[in-house]
Design a protein around this ligand. Structure first.
Ligand code: GAP
Length: 514
């Protein structure tokens, strides 16, 4: 575990050192849980967004996109339930004065039992070797059964407390489980209180009669309030979807783990409107579709899992998370929710507008049901970084730091190096870039030895490097070096586009989804 924490620290500093992510307002020592994306980060982030957007609106004829404003009419948030119920249960430790989310403390305790079970299994697998029968072991080993029983009992008690909104019971669970504050090491806990996560500000000057508005805590509501506009102007027939990428804001009190939990972040959300009664079927379909999107990146199926919700949000009749194996455990990257007709009905009630769909097949009008897929761009970015970061031991004893990014997401696709800064080599290198820059992102580098330039490109995940040397001037061939295998081969300049473009395009990922 400590080793994993070290790896995570290295990833955070790598992100800063190589222009991926900087603390916001860095010269003023940063702003809690707010981050800026640097020159390489923004490219990687844009590629993630493009992969998502195109998988939605290019691959589905019945999904269209919108871009709604961050500010919305304040009644939106009354109707959606966020004013009354968008809360986190918080608890303070009196000795350290640190504040925690009570539900997170308990979830971490549940994860500890899971870890204990995993350790027992790993130990036994080592002991029994090839003959190990994991299912048999887990159903008979007394220690595993004991951990499992404790875990299940805690899980059940926790789910019940959440569902009943029972804050006293949440506190009692923390006391009974003897959960200590990681800073003070004590169990001197306050009561559990609810805390609303929305940021508010005011529009209009006070003289005009300013009114309180919110920074949207999710992009979804911008889609719901535009349902009628899009359905009518696009003449959309059910089932259809509306996709959107945009900023969201939450006053996260416990903001930890770098860009995992931020106060300003970005979401990629898609609301899929369906006929009532078909929603659970569509829920299953979207679960599979979204998992396939993640797995097409090639990070290994074992690093993902579904986590079905114990406590359904006020609007949902089914919900699951797609979790990814981060260095700090399996964590939510995306949520898939069957939101019923809650949002559209609420907006109809509060706006006084009829928000329905006339079904030409059955000649009836009804409020569509909704399946939502909601993924955080920043969490996705973090999962890509965590999986790609590697400190590789080379046969010559050296270590190289490399980002094994999926080529389609890499900020720079090709770096072109003149071997030396003279004899017309820089001009030839520039000529290659001038030709290829229309097809993918290229970078020119002439400083330092070739080896150092390779290392710098490895560190930002550039899949290909090309070196221009005196032979290039004679026969138009260059050395093409592959990031992952580090193999080098001689190719003709005219072949470069064909070899590289296919590997680095978003289309290469999209094709895996069909
Ligand atoms: N519209 C539904 C919704 O907003 P959510 O589970 O609260 O659902 C969806 O958020 C996704 O947004 C999460 O799976 C996560 O990836 C991302 N997200 C939520 N809060 C975040 C935060 N404070 N920082 C970064 N990403 C966040």
């Amino acid at each position: 575990m400590a080793q994993q924490e070290d790896v995570f620290k290295k990833i955070v500093s790598h992100c800063k050192e190589y222009g991926f992510v900087f603390p916001s307002s860095d010269i003023y020592d940063g702003l809690g849980a707010v981050y800026d994306y640097g020159q390489n980060g923004v490219e990687l982030k844009n590629n993630i967004k493009q992969y998502w957007w195109q998988s939605m609106v290019l691959l589905h004829q019945n999904i269209v996109g919108i871009d709604a404003a961050i500010f919305m009419h304040p009644t939106t948030w009354k109707a959606s339930g966020h004013v009354d119920a968008f809360n986190d249960p918080l608890i303070d430790n009196r000795d350290s004065k640190k504040r925690y989310r009570a539900d997170v403390l308990i979830e971490e305790q549940i994860a500890k039992y899971d870890e204990k079970i995993e350790k027992e299994v790993a130990k036994a697998a080592k002991r029994f070797g090839e003959n190990f029968d994991e299912v048999m072991f887990c159903s008979t080993n007394p220690r595993v059964l004991e951990h499992k029983a404790k875990r299940d009992a805690l899980h059940e008690r926790f789910a019940k407390a959440l569902n009943n909104n029972d804050l006293e019971e949440l506190r009692q669970i923390i006391l009974d489980e003897e959960i200590v504050c990681p800073i003070s090491g004590t169990r001197n806990w306050t009561e559990v209180r609810q805390f609303n996560l929305m940021f508010s500000t005011e529009v209009g000057s006070t003289a005009d009669g300013a009114s309180k508005i919110y920074l949207r805590p999710e992009t979804a509501q911008g889609i719901f309030v535009n349902y009628l506009n899009v359905q009518k102007t696009g003449r959309m027939k059910l089932p259809f979807g509306i996709a959107q990428i945009g900023k969201a804001f939450r006053n996260e009190i416990v903001a930890r783990q770098f860009i995992f939990r931020m106060r300003e972040f970005e979401q990629m959300e898609m609301q899929f409107f369906v006929k009532p009664g078909t929603e659970l079927e569509w829920f299953q379909k979207w679960k599979q579709t979204r998992m396939a999107w993640h797995q097409a990146l090639g990070f290994g199926a074992e690093n993902y899992r579904f986590h079905d919700h114990d406590k359904l949000a006020h609007y949902a009749n089914a919900a699951t998370d797609i979790e990814f194996h981060m260095p700090f455990g399996f964590k939510e990257v995306e949520g898939i929710h069957s939101r019923t007709n809650f949002d559209l009905s609420q907006h109809a009630k509060y706006s006084g507008k009829k928000i329905e769909y006339f079904d030409p097949d059955t000649n009836e009008s009804y409020t569509p049901y909704v399946i939502e897929t909601s993924i955080g761009v920043d969490r996705m970015f973090l999962s890509v970084m965590c999986h790609s970061f590697d400190e590789e031991q080379l046969p010559n004893g050296e270590t190289r730091t490399v980002l094994h990014l999926p080529a389609a997401l890499a900020p720079v696709k090709l770096a072109v190096f003149p071997l030396t800064k003279k004899d017309g080599l820089p001009e030839k290198a520039q000529e290659i870039i001038n030709d290829l820059r229309f097809h993918f992102n290229c970078k020119y580098e002439e400083k330092d030895q070739i080896g150092k330039r390779y290392r710098r490109m490895d560190a930002i995940g550039t899949p290909y490097c090309v070196t221009v040397d005196p032979q290039t001037l004679e026969d138009n061939t260059v050395t093409l070096r592959d990031r992952d295998s580090m193999e080098q081969r001689r190719v003709h300049i005219s072949e470069l586009q064909g070899i590289i473009e296919d590997q680095v395009s978003i289309t290469s990922l999209l094709k895996k989804l069909l």
